[in-house]
Write a protein of this length. Structure first.
Ligand code: MN
Ligand code: MN
Length: 296
């Protein structure tokens, strides 16, 4: 089962301005083939479908615990997309065409379907698909797939970083480049234990250190790239059998941390009357308050 924490993994800077087309590009990191919905669902189904969880517990624990982290990545990218829509429309009567800017943005669907928030789809508006999930049941094959998936995800993050200099988007991408690097290394080390092959000699792919990216360097300096979390109050302890030794990219010790990172507040979005979202006016709100009190 899953336990939910009402926090975001990191603090996203409140944007001074929006960029709806940057939001559209960032969608790839959410619902694209190599986006966070794919890493989440791949590890989630592999963990559900895992055979001999007891005998192969360190591998099960790695896949299961990283699943929980990916849930937080989906949440982080979604919140980034929502913040990037700041000021994309104005509040006015319908006849004044308050959503007119949406007509010329790349992702008109976000203006029509979700009131300027995230979609379960990619940067071209294609829906996320269940056949992005690979769960073969063969442990080495699944781990190789996950290693490849994390490297593909890292590549796409770098490319979206190169597409937008929006500070909110870059903060998210900088952090996820570092966390993605952790997952690449975790699957490489799992494969080394499973097969004897040292895949860390191939890394990094692309052969570019995270430190090249201004917004990733801060997280590298904080040691965020050396830590694997259990995301649990006591389970998944056997990730320690895999996440040990030193980080080949910086020579620092690898650390397992119990539980979750501290986290930061989740941004709260203002109402958007021109989208009828959430569509609760002052009078309706007072009625709701009365009904809430009556039921207490
Ligand atoms: Mn991720
Ligand atoms: Mn990952």
């Amino acid at each position: 089962m899953f336990k939910r924490v009402n926090k975001l993994l990191i603090e996203l800077p409140a944007p001074e301005y929006g960029d709806a087309n940057a939001a559209a590009a960032v969608q790839e990191l959410l619902g694209g083939k190599f986006g966070e919905m794919s890493t989440l669902n791949n590890y989630m189904y592999q963990s559900f479908n895992f055979r001999q969880k007891g005998k192969l517990k360190p591998f099960y624990d790695i896949v299961a615990s990283i699943t929980a982290e990916e849930f937080g990545h989906v949440e982080l990218v979604s919140n980034t997309i929502n913040l990037l829509q700041k000021g994309s429309s104005f509040t006015a009567e319908p006849d004044l065409t308050p959503l007119q800017n949406g007509k010329d943005m790349r992702n008109t669907y976000a203006f029509i379907a979700t009131a300027q928030t995230s979609l379960a789809g990619d940067s071209m508006g294609n829906p996320w698909r269940g056949d992005y999930v690979f769960s073969s049941g063969n442990l080495v094959l699944d781990l190789m797939h996950n290693f490849f998936l994390e490297i593909g995800a890292r590549t796409h993050k770098m490319r979206v970083y190169e597409m937008t200099d929006h500070p909110t988007a870059r903060e998210m991408i900088g952090y996820l480049l570092v966390r993605g690097g952790v997952h690449v290394l975790a699957y490489a080390k799992a494969l080394e234990i499973a097969t004897g092959v040292d895949l860390t000699k191939m890394l990094p792919i692309p052969s570019l250190d995270n430190r090249v990216f201004d917004h990733a360097r801060k997280y590298e300096d904080q040691g965020v790239g050396n830590v694997l979390f259990t995301w649990s109050d006591g389970d998944y302890q056997d990730i320690r059998a895999i996440w040990k030794g030193t980080n080949p990219s910086n020579g620092q010790p690898l650390v397992v941390q119990e539980g979750t990172p501290e986290g930061a507040p989740i941004p709260d979005l203002d109402d958007l009357p021109e989208e009828f979202a959430p569509g609760i006016g002052k009078d309706e709100y007072e009625q709701i308050l009365k009904r809430l009190r009556a039921n207490m």
